[in-house]
Write a protein that binds this ligand. Structure first.
Ligand SMILES: *Cc1c(COP(=O)(O)O)cnc(C)c1O
Length: 405
């Protein structure tokens, strides 16, 4: 038997039928399976917790974590900005938020994407000098003043993060040493320089590691601003707030991060005195709000082990199969949806319908007895689910998605 991760707090103490936004999983599943259900009220609760815990910084939602249009409608009014990573995400963001609250990061932005951002008035977080040159040329041709920020490849990295994105050679951002020159060039060109974007990593659960990184990021922003001779209107301090996916993971102490950030901001360098600050979060806001529901198609024994075979697998929820950025495969929290809180009766492996041994959503997990036709629920499905999975692989139908609230 292998342990599973912790069930998110909104579901952890439920008994009997799993309720998602007050409605039984079986009722949600009557629309068809496999199905993602996202509870917007849980996202709102995370936003409220952030606001209570953190000093007065902007909260941005990195929509790549979950860009479902109905979820964006619910979340956009709760946050101060949306961060997008493609022209497609930009279009979705513009449908729910004014352009001056949208920023566009990501390497390899094509000319039509830069043009769409410039014409809309969204801020482009420049990832290279070459991109800066192309953006300025597009804006010049169109006769508009572009809103441009500089993404810095920091010389700090987020300790203990699942995905490091700083402190080394990187396709993301511009090496810190070259940033002051670029800022001066942007200002001289007449562009509206919006400030810095500094992103050091993702999925960190250690509050002090995040706070240390934020403090180092503030110091870096101050140093670059002084060298450039220009104060940044906005410093996007990155994010990296993680969620507990696996056994032994402890939830992030956001209140501690907030306390330490308040201290760091109160002693910040003079050059940053008038700057605004932003934190951009994806998974921390939405991961725990989503549940993936799949139906057991077959129950079989092989070599003394029991397999529950679902109607969906890594084609919809790649992350739960351990094939999206994790080194060791561990189990997400998984339950039999109408037996919440029931004692485990057996050890089973929960697999999807794809012809690959990678398609395993629960590896030797202890569950109450379940039969063909029963529903399995996998938690932490609100981030990097449907849009981060190879839906076309093997030609099964895509998962349904529903937003509650
Ligand atoms: C992916 C990404 C995010 C969101 O990361 P989470 O781990 O979902 O919070 C935020 N900012 C940038 C620049 C990213 O690339």
């Amino acid at each position: 038997m292998k342990p599973t991760g912790p069930i998110p707090p909104e579901f952890a103490n439920q008994r009997g039928d799993l309720a998602i936004a007050g409605r039984p999983a079986t009722a949600w599943a009557s629309a068809g399976t496999p199905l993602f259900v996202y509870d917007a009220a849980i996202v709102a609760a995370r936003v409220a917790r952030f606001r209570a815990a953190m000093p007065a910084v902007y909260l941005h939602y990195a929509i790549k974590a979950n860009p479902h249009p109905n979820l964006l409608v619910a979340v956009a009014p709760l946050v101060d900005g949306l961060d997008v990573a493609s022209g497609g995400e930009l279009a979705r963001a513009l449908a729910v938020k004014p352009a001056n609250a949208i920023s566009f990061a990501g390497p390899g932005k094509r000319d039509p994407e830069l043009e769409a951002a410039i014409m809309s008035g969204a801020t482009i977080n420049l990832e290279s000098e070459g991109e800066a040159t192309r953006a300025l040329a597009i804006a010049h041709r169109a006769g508009v003043t572009p809103n441009l920020a500089v993404r810095v490849n920091p010389d700090v990295e987020l300790r203990g993060s699942g995905m490091k994105m700083g402190g080394r050679p990187s396709p993301f951002g511009i090496d810190a040493a070259r940033v002051p020159t670029l800022v001066r060039d942007l200002v001289a060109s007449g562009a509206n320089w919006r400030g810095f974007h500094i992103y050091a990593g993702s999925q960190a659960l250690d509050a002090d590691a995040i706070a240390d990184t934020q403090a180092a990021t503030l110091a870096l922003a101050a140093r670059l601003a002084e060298e450039a001779g220009h104060a940044p209107p906005l410093v996007n301090l990155g994010g990296g707030f993680g969620v507990p996916y696996f056994a032994g993971d402890r939830p992030l102490d956001v209140e501690h991060v907030g306390q330490r950030l308040s201290e760091a901001l109160s002693t910040r360098s003079t050059v940053l005195k008038k700057s605004r600050f932003a934190i951009e979060l994806g998974r921390w806001l939405v991961a725990e709000a989503g549940v993936y529901l799949a139906r057991i198609v077959d129950r079989k024994e092989s070599g003394g082990e029991t397999f529950l075979i679902l109607d969906g697998g890594l084609n919809h929820q790649l992350a739960a199969s351990g094939n999206f950025g994790t080194v060791v495969r561990r189990n997400y929290p998984v339950v039999v949806a109408h037996r919440m809180g029931a004692d485990a009766a057996e050890t089973v492996s929960v697999v999807g319908p794809l012809c690959t041994p990678l398609d395993r959503l629960g590896d030797r997990v202890a569950l109450p007895r379940a039969e063909s036709g029963d529903l399995i629920a996998i938690f932490l499905a609100g981030a990097y689910g449907a849009t981060a999975s190879p839906a076309a692989f093997l030609g099964h139908p895509p998962a349904l998605e529903q937003v509650a609230g």
